[in-house]
Each structure stands twice: as structure tokens, then as C-alpha cells.
Write a protein that binds this ligand. Structure first.
Ligand code: SF4
Length: 412
């Protein structure tokens, strides 16, 4: 049986697309292997959202040169956000790569299909892409240049895919888009995310529904009310703020002020009191002063997010920020700011999670890791427990006995 190997880095969307590719290869009779050197087909699913991610992809590509030399029949393909429209140039730069295909696209050497395959044995918690691309052009972000303008999938098509996944064993679905709040604006009847959630919420056998990523400038009251009113929609919202200073937000072209963001959080917490909020933050954006960085820290202390993804700014060629601003914060300073923000957030998460000590939470069990079962609460807390029984795909009640900033442990 021929073997395939997929290497993936980057966002959930890349992971979801790799899962679909894996199903497609399995339908064609390939078997998965985690060893690249024994695969007949290798796909690298790349990310270039930050320089560090791009470096990892380039290192991986370089490492595969000798493998391709030793085993020239191995098919090597590159997808994800490193693949731009200029594939001729990519072929010249990486002659050992046989195929390049754009993020979310179909492998060009396979028969053309519009959609990738649905996993035959999905895990209990799966991702479903509802839109591709982004129309926002935040000044630092490469995504719109690589994934193109926003294209939404019709509600009926998404609902059909979710129904199929549920019939094959999935219990929880996370709907994915670069900006889920503008979902549907390009479709004939202009449905929105609230309409989509209402439709998916009706699917029998589906237990939980999540979605990401939101954009603060586009999140509507109708959506917040849908989150509050639909029983399967989890109390968890990812709402990237990126910075705590209006000056930096303007330079980032985010389209909202800190005051508007704060107001949105207040509205969400009023309507969905149990909500867990997560956010993304970039530190060391060009010209970010010590005081502007302090404003970001102050916002983290004030809002107390359940999780924060913090990144140091790195210029991406082709973006407005790379063209217009000098990358003038020294890397040592960016690192220092990153560490400060991470230390603060660790403290906040320690406090938030400690409140769950002794409480009983409900999780959907997703699998096993290092001898323990794990799953997530509706608020996306990762919980581990030990048991000799089999639990995947089941809801379990766990009494929390140990907490840390990153996860919880307890007894079933
Ligand atoms: S909303 Fe902004 S940060 Fe998010 S993908 Fe679009 S351009 Fe990038």
C-alpha cells in the first residue's frame, strides 16, 4: 500500500485542510505514515503568518532535498500560505518540489473536485471551514494576499457536511473562517453567521458548536444573542484585540478603537455571563512606544481573557505595514515585551483556572494523551483525567482537583 505523510504548521484552518487531504489520500488507497522517509507522497502545509513559521517551513523544505535526491519517485507537494500566485518562481526556487497548490485547494495531480473529502473516522471534535480568504487587509497580515478575497460556502453545503460528520461520529464542530463575522455577505441572500449557527444548531446528534475567528469591528448584537440563545453554541468567543492603544490599532488598520472593543466585551458579558474570551495580541508593532505597550498590558489586566495568543511583530513582505513602516523595535525589546505580556497572562490564567478547583465540569472527551483522557469544557478549558474505561466522544463530568494556567486535572 502506498504511504502519505502530511506535515502541517499554522492555524486551525491549515489543520482542517490537512485532515481533508488525509481523507482524500486514504480514499485513493494511501496509508498514513509519520515518517517522511518512508512516504511515497509528502505534503507540506505551510504558514507564513510570522517569520518564525516561515523559517520552519523553509528548513523543512531544505531538509527534504536530500530525501528527494535519495528517493526521486517520492512525490513532494507544498500547499498553505507560502504558495502565492507566482508558482513558476516557486518551481525555480524549490526545484525538488513537484507540485504547488494554494491553501484550501485540491492537489493538482488528482482529479479535480471542488471540495476536499470528509474524514471517514472523524475525531469527536472537528473543524469545518465556512469561508476562505479575507477582505480586511489589516496592515500587518499576509493572509488576504495568500488566501484571496473572502468566499463563503452556502449554508446548505456547510450543514450537509456537518450532518455527514455527525453521522460518522463527530460530536462537536468548530466553524472556521478568517473573519466569521462577515460570513455570508458575498452569498445571494446575504445570510450571516447567526443564521448559519441557527441552522447547524438543529442538527440531531451534534452536541456542541464553536466558531472562530471573530473580528471586533464586525461582530453584531444579533450574533451575540444567537450565542446566548442557541443551546449547542458554546460560551467561548475568540475576539482578537491585537493592541491596547488606539494609535497602534489605527496603524494596524483594525477598524475599531479600544473603547469600542471594551464596549463589545461588556455587551458580550451581559448577554452571555459564563463566556470565556480569548484574544490575540501583537507586541513590538512599528513605533510602539513603551507607553503604548503598557496600554496593552493594562487592557489584559482589565479584561482578564481566558487565553491570549501573543506574538512579536514580524514584517511580512507585500503587506502595507512592511511597505510603510520601519520595523524599528529591536528584537531584544520585542522579546522582552513578549515575555512581560506572557508572564502577566500566565498570572491571570492561574487565577481564572484556580476558581474551578473543587468544582465539577462537563467535558467532551476527545482522546488520550500520555496515559490520560482529555477533553474540553464548553468554555474551552482543557481537562485531563484517568480511567480504565473507554470515553472518546462521550460527555463526562469531572471534579477538578488540580489547576494550572494551561489545563485542569480531575476525577470522573
Ligand atoms: S482580519 Fe486582519 S488579521 Fe485576520 S486574516 Fe483578515 S487581514 Fe489577517
Amino acid at each position: 500500500m502506498p504511504k502519505y505523510h502530511i506535515w502541517t504548521i499554522g492555524c486551525q484552518m491549515n489543520k482542517a485542510e490537512s485532515e481533508r487531504l488525509a481523507s482524500r489520500f486514504e480514499e485513493l488507497g494511501y496509508e498514513a505514515t509519520d515518517k517522511a522517509d518512508e512516504a511515497d507522497l509528502i505534503v507540506l502545509n505551510s504558514c507564513v503568518v510570522r517569520q518564525s513559521a516561515e523559517n520552519r517551513v523553509l528548513n523543512k523544505l531544505a531538509a527534504l532535498k536530500s530525501l528527494k535526491k535519495a528517493r526521486p519517485d517520492t512525490v513532494l507537494a507544498l500547499t498553505g500560505c507560502l504558495v502565492n500566485a507566482d508558482t513558476d518562481r516557486l518551481h525555480r526556487s524549490y526545484p525538488h518540489v513537484d507540485h504547488f497548490f494554494k491553501a484550501g485547494g485540491s492537489p493538482p495531480w488528482l482529479e479535480k473536485t471542488d471540495t476536499l473529502s470528509i474524514p471517514h473516522h472523524p475525531s469527536p471534535a472537528v473543524f469545518v471551514t465556512i469561508s476562505q480568504g479575507c477582505d480586511n487587509f489589516c496592515s500587518y497580515c499576509i493572509v488576504p494576499y495568500r488566501r484571496g478575497r473572502e468566499r463563503s460556502r452556502p449554508i446548505s453545503e456547510i450543514a450537509g457536511e456537518v450532518r455527514e460528520l455527525v453521522s460518522r461520529g463527530a460530536k462537536e464542530v468548530t466553524l472556521l473562517g478568517q473573519n466569521v463575522d462577515s460570513y455570508g455577505h458575498d452569498l445571494p441572500d446575504r445570510p450571516d453567521l447567526a443564521d448559519l449557527l441557527a441552522e447547524i444548531n438543529k442538527i440531531d446528534g451534534l452536541v456542541r458548536l464553536r466558531f472562530l475567528t471573530n473580528h471586533p469591528k464586525d461582530m453584531s448584537l444579533k450574533l451575540i444573542e444567537a450565542i446566548a440563545g442557541l443551546d449547542k453554541v458554546c460560551e467561548q468567543i475568540s475576539l482578537p484585540v491585537q493592541a491596547g492603544s488606539d494609535g497602534i490599532l489605527t496603524a494596524m488598520r483594525r477598524g475599531y478603537t479600544v473603547a469600542q472593543y471594551r464596549e463589545l466585551v461588556t455587551q458580550i458579558r451581559e448577554k452571555v455571563p459564563a463566556v470565556a474570551l480569548s484574544t490575540d495580541v501583537i507586541v513590538g508593532f512599528p513605533s510602539e512606544t513603551e507607553n503604548q505597550f503598557r496600554q496593552t498590558l493594562d487592557l489584559l489586566s482589565e479584561i482578564k481573557f481566558d487565553t491570549v495568543h501573543i506574538a512579536a511583530y514580524s514584517p511580512r513582505t507585500g503587506t502595507a505595514a512592511a511597505r510603510e513602516f520601519e520595523d524599528d523595535i529591536p528584537s531584544a525589546e520585542k522579546k522582552e515585551r513578549l515575555n512581560k505580556a506572557e508572564r502577566l497572562q500566565e498570572q491571570i490564567q492561574t487565577e481564572i483556572n484556580a476558581r474551578l478547583m473543587g468544582k465539577t465540569v462537563e467535558i467532551l472527551v476527545e482522546g488520550r494523551n500520555r496515559g490520560k483522557w482529555y477533553g474540553r469544557t464548553r468554555t474551552d478549558k482543557l481537562v485531563f483525567f484517568s480511567s480504565g474505561n473507554d470515553y472518546p466522544g462521550q460527555l463526562a463530568k469531572i471534579r477538578i482537583e488540580k489547576t494550572s494556567p494551561w489545563s485542569l486535572q480531575g476525577k470522573i
